[in-house]
Ligand binder design. Structure first.
Ligand SMILES: Nc1ncnc2c1ncn2[C@@H]1O[C@H](COP(=O)(O)OP(=O)(O)O)[C@@H](O)[C@H]1O
Ligand SMILES: [Mg+2]
Length: 309
């Protein structure tokens, strides 16, 4: 296994950020790591990369225990942290050489030139990092993660804040440079997971709540619609729990429900009649086709955004 986590927990003061999470990533696997803000994605990644050492449980990188042999484990990992911290006053080459020397690699100049070519930085190479566009800064971030040719790549929201063109460029770059590497990539963008990853792990409130292949997730999608319904405050809505009209019902707040309709059914009219029967006035009703986003919402109990139908 390239990455193994066993019963990893992390507490920040009184706040529990990770609660006994365990998973394995095989060599060469590309796994999308999804979850709402505050779910514990960055904390997990800081632990895998050896940046956060104060945690419970066990982490192995290619069989090396990160607690016992932190330097050996870190040599095997490339890390692009959230918000991509860089030195704006350094020139690209100067910065990458600095990183290459930190890793004590044999031929830093040769390796840096190769990475510059690989990550498409050549056209902007004369610039300081602070003068680069966001897309090129992400390329520099990816280059520094790759400079020591690690077997494992940990990318924390590498697509956030990019425009559609930059997104496509970075997405292609990750696919190309990540060949034969094990990648854990966190993102909010479901389409990115669909484009790059073969496996999807969803974390919510410090626990892994889903771990499926993309094919499994795809086979779930396109079957039925989701209905989010809000009733008048202080009405008794418990009649909706396990209602036979629906595949699954989730109570988001006391008067707000996410209802997963059965395949090929649209129970909105019947829902309305039942609501009248139970004396529960409907204030708002939104629907959404089942897709990757809505599956994510059902698993993490997140409401449908107001832009949906
Ligand atoms: N340095 C810190 N001190 C205190 N709490 C933190 C710290 N870093 C993260 N947290 C908390 O831990 C939880 C998980 O955070 P994080 O791993 O950053 O989530 P994500 O990356 O999924 O948004 C959140 O509730 C967050 O507020
Ligand atoms: Mg984060």
């Amino acid at each position: 296994m390239a990455i193994t986590l066993s019963n990893v927990s992390k507490q920040y003061g009184k706040q529990k950020a990770l609660n006994q999470i365990s998973f394995d990533l095989k060599e060469g696997e590309i796994c999308g790591f999804l979850g709402p803000n505050g779910a514990g994605k960055s904390t997990t990644m800081k632990i895998i990369t050896g940046c956060l050492t104060d945690f419970e449980g066990e982490v192995n990188i290619c069989g090396i225990d990160i607690h016992r042999h932190p330097l050996e484990a870190k040599k095997l990992v490339g890390y692009l942290p959230e918000h991509n911290p860089l030195y704006p006053d350094l020139y690209i080459r100067e910065y990458l050489l600095h990183i290459a020397r930190l890793y004590h690699i044999h031929n830093p100049h040769q390796q840096v030139e190769q990475i510059i070519g690989l990550t498409g930085l050549a056209p902007e190479i004369h610039k300081k990092i602070g003068q680069l566009s966001k897309g090129y800064r992400q390329r520099v971030g990816l280059a520094q993660a790759l400079v020591h040719n690690p077997q494992v790549l940990i990318l924390d929201e590498p697509m956030t804040g990019l425009d559609p063109n930059q997104l496509e460029e970075i997405r292609n770059l990750i696919s190309e440079t990540g060949k034969n590497k094990t990648i854990l990539l966190s993102t909010h963008i479901m389409q990115e997971v669909e484009a790059i990853c073969e496996r999807v792990m969803i974390i919510n409130q410090g626990q892994i709540v889903a771990d499926k292949s993309l094919d499994e997730i795809r086979s779930l999608s396109g079957r039925g619609i989701y209905i989010q319904v809000r009733f008048a405050p202080d009405t008794n809505t418990q009649w909706l729990a396990a209602h036979p009209l629906f595949e699954k019902t989730t109570q988001l707040t006391p008067d707000n429900w996410l209802l997963h309709a059965k395949a090929d059914t649209d129970p909105r009219i019947e829902l309305f009649q039942q609501a009248v029967h139970h004396n529960c006035p409907i204030i708002e009703l939104k629907t959404e086709e089942q897709n990757l986003e809505s599956i994510f919402r059902e698993i993490t109990h997140t409401p449908i955004p107001s832009s949906s139908r």
